[in-house]
Design a protein around this ligand. Structure first.
Ligand code: FES
Length: 274
């Protein structure tokens, strides 16, 4: 787990304000939440602040806390917990997030990190001399089938080689990042096999005809609803009507008919002693 701290004071701007478009959006977003739950808008608002300025500044965190009537520490907790929030200034053209989890590592992520070190900066979250590029290593981004991969902005670039990553970085430096195709960088569609299908090549010879009418109804077996997911417990916490343990308004549940009585030594009736 990485230690996540706010950027040093020298990088922090004195103030933060949403631009006009984002301010309207923020107001609408806050209203989506039920009365008294407006603080739930903190994540979308922080993400919007990051999209506006490139990273989440201390001023932005405090401004959003004020907008949502929250203590600064609560907003700081959110900003420092989620690694999606950049707490330091990142490259203005591209911030490259290299997946370093096992499948990507086995498929060559180390080579991608080397490219980032040579083309951008020796250390993660350090910007290049022009301030246009930065990089960091991140955990699995959910595209393991097409490992190794990187994320830039909201897009993924998959099936990478060091050479292809160099080309992609050059395109972003030249301001042509939007021209780079996203997703797999080799001949495959999404996560289908490279070069086309290798199995399930034949279409089924006959199609199963759907049965309808009385015959189908007669063959339908009525299954009782499963009880598997229902807790066999009479504990107060399992009462679905209880919204908050401390609200003092919701009645505690009556004894659950299926609850097994607990013994004083915490074993349940029916348990066999070894
Ligand atoms: S391990 Fe890299 S995307 Fe999952």
């Amino acid at each position: 787990m990485s230690v996540r701290r706010l950027a040093e004071d020298q990088f922090q701007p004195a103030a933060f304000a949403f631009n006009q478009e984002n301010a309207v959006w923020a107001e609408k977003t806050i209203k989506k939440y039920p009365e008294g739950r407006q603080q739930s808008a903190i994540i979308p608002l922080m993400m919007r602040a990051q999209e506006q300025d490139g990273w989440v500044t201390k001023a932005a965190i405090e401004k959003i806390a004020d907008m949502l009537d929250m203590a600064y520490i609560r907003a700081l907790e959110v900003a420092t917990f989620y690694t999606q929030f950049q707490l330091h200034p990142v490259g203005s053209r591209a911030h490259i997030q290299v997946c370093g989890t096992t499948p990507c590592m086995l498929r060559g992520a180390e080579g991608l990190v080397k490219v980032c070190k040579s083309k951008i900066a020796d250390y993660a979250l350090e910007r290049n001399a022009e301030g246009t590029l930065s990089w960091e290593e991140v955990e699995c981004q959910g595209a393991c089938v097409n490992a190794p991969m990187v994320v830039i902005g909201k897009d993924t670039y998959e099936d990478l080689t060091p050479e292809r990553l160099e080309e992609i970085i050059d395109a972003f430096v030249a301001g042509k990042g939007s021209e780079v195709p996203t997703g797999p960088q080799i001949d495959r569609i999404f996560s289908a096999p490279e070069g086309g299908l290798t199995s399930l090549l034949d279409s089924p010879a006959t199609k199963t005809k759907k049965k309808t009418g009385a015959k189908a109804a007669a063959e339908t077996v009525a299954l009782p609803p499963s009880e598997a997911a229902k807790p066999v417990s009479s504990d107060a916490e399992t009462n679905p009507a209880l919204k908050s343990p401390a609200d003092g308004k919701t009645a505690l549940p009556t004894e659950h008919p299926k609850a097994a009585p607990a013994k004083k030594d915490n074993t349940v009736v029916g348990d066999k002693a070894e």
